[in-house]
Design a protein. Structure first.
Length: 62
């Protein structure tokens, strides 16, 4: 259980760092918005893939 929480915290920290990098180095607002959306979707996918087996889902489903 503690490894799940640590994995989720690492995902959130990496997402926050990527948000900062996008804000700092991306000058186009529309591109920055799309990149942030991509970061959010990847982070949510990572978190859901870690939590899904705990919710009774089958981890072997592709």
């Amino acid at each position: 259980m503690i490894t799940l929480v640590i994995g989720i915290l690492i995902t959130v920290v990496v997402g926050a760092i990527l948000f900062w990098v996008i804000d700092k180095f991306c000058t186009e607002a529309r591109l920055a918005q799309l990149l942030k959306l991509l970061v959010v979707l990847v982070c949510l996918g990572s978190i859901v893939s870690r939590v899904y087996p705990l919710l009774g889902g089958d981890a072997s489903v592709p």
